[in-house]
Write a new protein. Structure first.
Length: 109
């Protein structure tokens, strides 16, 4: 996805040589347009901040639901005498993953 901002920025400005021989960056007609100045900021925020935030939140909620369901099922099987093993490393790793994502979401906001 890093290609998109690079393409947009290359269409936004060009290099031009000034009278004193130094090079400067000059906005193109596209770079001076109101649509670019307003739209690019919103698009950038949406694609790189809000969309990942929403996707991580949705998948994290789904993961929590599955983990809680598995814990209930394991508890029911253990109390019925079907299974005698305690939750293993996979359960702890899943909970740790959920915690890492929650911390990331908290820091992102």
């Amino acid at each position: 996805m890093p290609l998109l901002p690079t393409l947009i920025n290359s269409a936004r400005a060009v290099l031009a040589q000034r009278e004193d021989g130094r090079w400067t960056q000059v906005n193109t007609q596209f770079g001076n347009s109101t649509g670019y100045r307003i739209g690019y900021g919103y698009m950038n925020q949406t694609l790189f901040t809000f969309l990942p935030l929403i996707v991580l939140t949705v998948f994290n909620v789904l993961l929590v639901r599955v983990v809680v369901g598995a814990a209930r099922q394991r508890q029911a099987m253990t109390s019925a005498g079907d299974v005698t093993t305690a939750p293993g490393d996979q359960q702890r790793i899943t909970v740790m993953l959920i915690c890492v994502v929650v911390v990331f979401l908290f820091c992102q906001v």
